[in-house]
Design a protein around this ligand. Structure first.
Ligand code: NAP
Length: 269
């Protein structure tokens, strides 16, 4: 795929996977429009990848707010007049065992991780259609296939993203828009420090870098592929769920234990 001058909108570009993707695509001479809430981080990113002179820009955006998605789309239309790629990457998690008080956290996480992708895709859709062939990538998670304890809102948001992505892929294919889902495994980033895994010499191998996830996203866009797990062996979680449910339950228990280790409050009871 020729990336030069492709207009790529990345949400959650102020750190982690989104930032790594912005750096990766800018190195291929794509024009990056970076969106997130922290303006200082976005300013630093745009300078680091070549500045506005290279065609990059940013919009301070809270994807949980639909008017912010409207403003993002207006900026992309006014600045570039087109949108070749939208990466719905913005996301976070809230940890804790489910109880009545968790409802507000679940609403909060759903609003960002799921509705944020819905809002941004909806508002950028006219530009994406006019720019077809175009791509939308939703950054899910292995937690959208393999639920663990103490992160019910996060798992719900990523499971929802799977169903929505697969359905919308069918809806938008006739318009020349490929909708893809990239599902990373654990990656140490600001919002997901993975301290439990990083501290465990037997499990540390599971960690991959944000740059590796960025590469997987870029390749998924280039191939217009429906789905990609990164690293690939996490695909086995889906297979195990169908073919070996006891193995799947064992993996759930293991992941839950790791979640407990990384909890700031210590092991969850
Ligand atoms: N790291 C992992 O282990 C892992 C594994 C599977 C999936 N993922 C997924 O990968 C994506 C990126 O996460 P990451 O690991 O790169 O974490 P990260 O470094 O914490 O980055 C999260 C990004 O999302 C942005 N964000 C959060 N809430 C937002 C909002 N309301 N509006 C706009 N932007 C918002 C943050 O920017 P601001 O705070 O500046 O808004 C930040 O740029 C997420 O969807 C996450 O669920 C991560």
């Amino acid at each position: 795929m020729i990336w030069q001058d492709k207009v790529c909108v990345i949400t959650g570009a102020s750190s982690g996977i989104g930032r790594a993707l912005a750096v990766d695509l800018a190195a291929r001479k794509a024009k990056v429009c970076a969106a997130a809430r922290r303006a200082d981080r976005l300013v630093e990113l745009i300078e680091a990848i070549g500045g506005e002179g290279a065609g990059h820009s940013y919009v301070v955006t809270d994807v949980a707010k639909r008017p912010d998605a409207v403003a993002l789309a207006r900026h992309v239309g006014d600045t570039y007049g087109r949108c070749d790629v939208l990466v719905n990457n913005a996301g976070l998690s809230r940890e804790g065992l489910f109880d009545g008080a968790a409802v507000a956290d679940i609403e909060f996480v759903m609003k960002i991780n799921f509705f944020g992708a819905v809002y941004c895709t909806a508002e950028l859709l006219p530009l994406l259609k006019a720019s077809a062939p175009a791509s939308v990538v939703n950054v899910g998670s292995v937690a959208g296939r393999l639920a663990s304890g103490a992160v019910s809102g996060y798992c719900a948001s990523k499971f929802a993203l799977v169903g929505w992505s697969e359905s919308v892929r069918l809806d938008l294919a006739p318009s020349g828009i490929a909708v893809s889902l990239v599902e990373p495994g654990p990656i140490p980033t600001e919002g997901f420090p993975q301290t439990g895994l990083a501290a465990d010499p037997l499990l540390r191998w599971m960690l991959v870098t944000d740059a590796a996830a960025a590469r997987a996203i870029r390749r998924t866009i280039a191939r217009r592929a429906p789905e990609r797990t990164v690293p690939r062996p996490w695909y086995l979680a889906r297979v195990a769920r169908v073919l070996a449910p006891p193995l799947y339950r064992a993996a759930q228990a293991q992941v839950t234990e790791q979640m407990a280790l990384r909890s700031p409050a210590g092991p969850l009871t």
